[in-house]
Write a protein that binds this ligand. Structure first.
Ligand code: DGJ
Length: 730
């Protein structure tokens, strides 16, 4: 009874707290289908009252009853648009600050907002917030990509206090979603085992996904997730939010089901070891959080992110890519000019666009003959390459293909001239024993001198070899013993590192706007939209086993478009070259094999596949992707790419289990075609000497038939991989 009396005044406040009052301001951030609505009450408190389908009449956002709360919110800010810590919050904050005077509290009140057209189809809304007691301001930015249904959100933090303040936490976004149940799909793994999905129901309390690895931050888990509302995620049905943080360093994604059973999502830089000292009059800009809300399940969410990434994020996302032959697994460190010249000619024979020289070409005092030395000494090894890179560029060009090179410019080997000359450029603790990841250490990119060095590594090579046409940028070590010899604020290091890296690649992109660059991190240790602003493509995993890749590529495809996925045919795994080629075609195909060791039919098959790829790649790269049959719940995996005009589709199906009679026993229903058009179906990548089970028919099928009844690609233990080309009848 006593307890009830105590809470009575609060209970009386509930109807007031949860209803729009006259004079409340509503800020609607809308895309073609979605709306995120912020309500500002007369106390100037910004809260989120809606995230979901857009209403036809924006005036009706004011009628949304309350904010989805289902009971007592003691603070009125469970659904804050950016929860400040230390005043009245009871839940996970988005921002936490220690002011110059040592005061640990923050309050953020609405000042004003503005909306402008940032570019065609892109609307930017800025919401200005301020602490009433301190000269401390936060601006929330929301970029709404109308046609792609993607919202990009970030914050900037600024103050004019007398001395520096410390940002203890500084998230990018703070979302609030009411539903009956929440299912989180997150991804985890390790080297050669990236992107394993786990779906879990979220219950009251907090679930944190994070990385503390510094560089190569995604190695254990990437900053990308799916949240399905009310039911477990389905490919075609239901409400799904796909979110991803555009940051290549330590991140934290917090999912909190609050006491009212509503979901709060707070993504941002990981506050771990990163209390950030911010001087007066300087601005801290958080990385962007990107999300899309879909009512067509995970499939709809992926297609929106793919369209957005191709159009707005990845360099030349709607342009071309080069097929290539890489020498890494063909030679490892053991090569010379003669060997490489032969491989280059083999690349031409195979039919690729470019030869990529991988690790091992540099270092003289300490030659790079294994992975223990030489990182940092980016001069051609005189023994292996007596005539330098320029000679190889010419060799490739006279063979009729382009030439590219592997670099790992952020790293240093303990045994290197660079380390001897600049020990203070290396991230390491002065009083602890060095600890290595792949026998190497990380350069301190928070130091502008190191940034200049790294820039010059690439710029120098490009200046000397202006027709060099491709960079593979690797990053194999994490950060241990985080300490900078020059950064005055040690706990700024993790953040300053990533910002330093972005400064370098930004400079490179400005000078070389069209240079293709592969984002590699010993596999997929760094696949995020922060880095993919600068890189044209990424390396999903060192694991190129065809079967494994079906799964790995399937999972990346929730967030990243196929044009950016570098898929190489190698000798990993037990699958046939046909299987491996078919899988590699679902993205940007490449090779890492000894061409001269291919049998005649294997070579013939690969040459034909590359020729056909030229014709079909626009559909795979630019088309809408439909995941038709999941390898997790079927004997098969099936993926379809449909052109925007719905006049062509490429369809890939693989056997992923080997039980007796396993295969595509029934027709698979296609998606995304035009029901009123008629289509032919032809099999591609038919191995020499075998007959297609499909190409014997000249039948045509309506889109309506293919999407209602389906078609059986006849995948079985005798046909483990089938590629079908679906063409409209003109
Ligand atoms: C790791 C990459 O993932 C590989 O492809 C290869 O480039 C090696 N590094 C070279 O050291």
């Amino acid at each position: 009874m006593k307890r009830f009396c105590l809470y009575l005044p609060l209970l009386l406040l509930i109807p007031f707290l949860t209803k729009a009052a006259p004079g409340d301001v509503h800020i609607a951030i809308e895309t073609r289908q979605t709306a995120l609505v912020i309500r500002v009450d007369k106390e100037q408190t910004p809260t989120i009252v809606h995230l979901g389908p857009k209403l036809r009449n924006a005036a009706e956002y004011a009628s949304i009853p309350g904010n989805g709360k289902r009971g007592e919110d003691y603070t009125g800010i469970y659904n804050s648009a950016y929860t400040p810590a230390g005043s009245r919050n009871l839940l996970e904050p988005a921002i936490q600050v220690t002011h110059a005077d040592g005061n640990p509290s923050l309050d953020l009140r609405y000042v004003r907002h503005e909306t402008q057209n940032a570019s065609d189809g892109v609307v930017l809304t800025k919401v200005y917030l301020k602490d009433p007691q301190y000269p401390f301001e936060v601006t929330l930015y929301y970029k709404a990509y109308q046609n792609e249904d993607v919202i990009e959100q970030w914050s900037s933090i600024r103050h004019t206090e007398k001395k520096a303040i410390v940002l203890q936490k500084y998230a990018s976004a703070n979302l609030y979603i009411p539903a009956q149940n929440y299912y989180l799909t997150h991804f985890h793994g390790d080297w050669a085992n990236e992107m394993n999905p786990s779906e879990i129901p979220l219950t009251e309390g907090i679930k944190i996904l994070d990385s503390k690895l510094g560089t190569r931050a995604d190695l254990f888990q990437p900053p990308s997730f799916l949240v399905s509302l009310n039911q477990p995620a389905d490919e075609d049905k239901g409400e799904v939010i796909a979110g991803t943080l555009a940051w290549s360093g330590n991140y934290q994604l917090a999912f909190e089901v609050d006491p009212l059973h509503n979901l709060r999502i707070i993504p941002g830089i990981n506050p771990y070891a990163s209390a950030y000292t911010l001087a007066p009059n300087t601005e801290f800009t958080t990385p962007a959080f990107l999300f899309t809300y879909s009512q067509q399940g995970t499939g709809g969410a992926s297609r929106s992110l793919h369209r957005w990434a191709r159009k707005h994020r990845i360099p030349q996302g709607q342009g071309n890519r080069l097929t290539l032959l890489n020498n890494w697994e063909a030679t490892y460190f053991d090569f010379n000019e003669e060997k490489l010249s032969t491989l280059i000619k083999d690349g031409k024979k195979l039919g690729v666009d470019l030869f990529l020289l991988d690790d091992g070409w540099f270092g003289n005092k300490y030659p790079r003959n294994d992975d223990h030395t030489s990182l940092g000494d980016w001069q051609e090894n005189a023994k292996k390459l007596p005539h330098g890179l320029g000679y190889l560029v010419k060799e490739a060009e006279s063979a009729g293909i382009k030439f590219g090179i592997w670099l790992e410019p952020e790293m240093v080997s303990p045994k290197s001239e660079l380390y001897e000359k600049h020990p203070d450029w290396v991230i390491k603790l002065p009083n602890r024993q060095e600890y290595y990841f792949r026998n190497q250490l990380v350069l301190d990119l928070s130091n502008p001198k190191v940034q200049d060095f790294v820039y010059e590594v690439v710029n120098g090579i490009m200046t000397k070899n202006p027709t060099l046409s491709y960079i593979k940028w690797d990053c194999n070590a994490v950060i241990y013993n985080a300490y900078s010899a020059t950064n005055p604020n040690q706990s700024n290091l993790f953040v300053d590192y990533v910002q330093g890296l972005y400064k370098v690649v930004e400079r490179l992109r400005t000078k070389y706007p069209t240079l293709p660059m592969m984002l590699c991190s010993g596999g997929g240790g760094r696949v995020d939209y922060g880095a993919l602003r600068y890189f044209t493509e990424y390396w999903p995993s060192d694991n190129t086993d065809g079967l494994e890749r079906v799964f790995i590529q399937w999972n990346y495809s929730y967030f990243f478009p196929s044009i950016a996925s570098c898929n190489h045919v190698t000798d990993w795994g037990k699958q046939s070259i046909k299987f491996r080629t078919d899988v590699a075609m679902m993205g940007k195909i490449g090779y890492d094999i000894v061409v001269s060791k291919l049998t005649e039919p294997e070579l013939q098959f690969s040459q034909q596949a590359l020729k056909d790829y030229e014709r079909i790649k626009p559909v795979i790269w630019q088309g809408d992707q439909f995941r038709l049959a999941s390898p997790y719940t079927n004997d098969i995996a099936s993926v379809l790419y449909v052109s925007e005009a719905k006049d062509k589709a490429m369809w890939f199906t693989y056997l992923v289990k080997n039980r007796y009679k396993a295969g595509s026993l029934a027709p698979i229903k296609l998606k995304g075609l035009d029901p009123d058009k008629n289509y032919t179906i032809q099999e591609l990548n038919v191995y020499p000497g075998t007959k297609s089970a499909v190409n014997t028919s000249t039948a045509t099928y309506s889109g309506n038939y293919l999407m209602t009844i389906g078609f059986n690609p006849q995948v079985s233990t005798r046909r483990e991989s089938v590629v079908l080309e679906v063409n409209v009848v003109k």
